[in-house]
Design a protein around this ligand. Sequence first.
Ligand SMILES: NC(=O)CC[C@H](N)C(=O)O
Length: 408
Amino acid sequence: MAAALSRIDPPSTPGLLALADGTLFRGRALAAEGRTCGEVVFNTAMTGYQEVVTDPSYHQQIVTLTAAHVGVVGVNPDDEEGRGPQVAGLVVRDAPRMFASWRGREDLGAYLRRAGVVAVADIDTRRLTHLLRERGAMAGCIAAGEAARDEAACVAAARAFPGLQGAALAEAVSVPEPAGWAAGSVRWLDGHVLEGRSEKTGLEGQVRGDMSPGAAGHVVAFDFGVKRNILRLLVDRGLRVTVVPAATTAAQALALRPDGIFLSNGPGDPEPLQAQQAAIRELVGSGLPVFGICLGHQLLCLALGARTFKMKFGHHGANHPVRELATGRVLITSQNHGFAADPATLPAELRVTHVSLFDGSLQGVELAGRPVFSFQGHPEASPGPRELAGLFDRFAREVVAGRAARGK
Ligand SMILES: NC(=O)CC[C@H](N)C(=O)O
């Protein structure tokens, strides 16, 4: 037994995280050997490491998880949010050498190694998180195996990483061609729904999962690095979904005859994505319902004249309280962003709908009198609570209402 385990995870292989400020964290290699750079951020979610490592928004980011044990349930085919791992690297405290779950199919380290992702375990992630909180998200270099022995080269590599400010990354993680997406929420053998159902909204039987597939209307979803659970939740609401590349123009999107436009999450800085902002401006002008999440929210704000800025260390977790201004309700949300729209720059017609109770930053907007709205956090969860899933219901309702108004 011991021999087999040490073959999977040789304890002697060194791992290193070098930060651009010269701080070194030494540990052991958990996955692929080699060296990768990225922006180092921390995520405080206590569950859902597979969803985190497969979220395309983490492209070019090295993620450290504050959860102390990572890998306990292995990885499985249902919890993929992108096409395999998307993080530039993973840093954890304790990676158990065995996993246990009836859903688990593969060991996390083996899964990351197969994808060539460098990961380091046995790191003091509490110290690392404190440091990032004080100094802000920082460029870093993660190394495993021989590469981890040359610490000076790793620090130099970290310093050479240009950072995410000004980085246009959406096209690098987008689909190459338009493609239909038909899968709804995963149902386990006992009929339990893994994700998807929100609070009761009065929509049951109208635009929910019990509606025949696609009957609620057709949504063109811009893939800036879309998380699969977003697409599943759209399908659950009776929407037919066509995922389109990040470079799609408004004319190309409208040629698909959509009843609604979805703007996805994604990596990097929203500001340089000028073509996307132009397309969004035109699509908003078309009168169709538009719903944006995270990067999609930031792009909608930019398209309508607001500015965005880089946050100190961003929001990455699954327990962030947000106030819904219309009702005063506090909702616990999933978050993953390092940029934010500046509320002081919003045009008058873009109204604030949600505000972070951690730091007062902008969390949601809607365009006055129009079926256009967006959210900075992650109503699709994965991982995290589903208290904002009603936004998907709202979008589906707008799509259905828009079709009725157009006599479709
Ligand atoms: N999850 C996302 O869409 C992130 C958006 C953007 N890349 C940010 O970091 O703010």
